[in-house]
Design a binder for this molecule. Sequence first.
Ligand SMILES: [Zn+2]
Length: 140
Amino acid sequence: MARWFPDGMPQPMADAEALPWWEAASEHELTVQRCSDCGHMRLPPAPVCGECQSFDLHLTEVSGRGEVYTYTIVNRPIAMDQQVPFIVAVIALDGAPGVRMISNLVEIAPEDVTIGLAVEVAWEDMSDDLAIPRFKPAGG
Ligand SMILES: [Zn+2]
């Protein structure tokens, strides 16, 4: 059953593969899924490795730093009380080759965002058991 944030946006719903990822996130640990057999890393978590079909997968913590791979600026609210503009970005995570994570950029004006901008995770605690990783300029 969907739960909703005050601004009208739906809260994330974890399936069996994603639940451990969200549990780590609630402790402010940003993780990626890594294959124990071939080392391939991915997000979001999946039941089987896309490279070697292994089921032996685990989560490994990353630094939370990375860079903006690409982004877009949303100027129309998706939910009723959502503040605009906001920035949706694809983040290339340090220490996780090939892994790109979709999130939001915060603490930066839309006109200041650039491709390649160094960013770091900025946890937003939504409740006792839900933290969402957004990203802000590194060292800012
Ligand atoms: Zn593999």
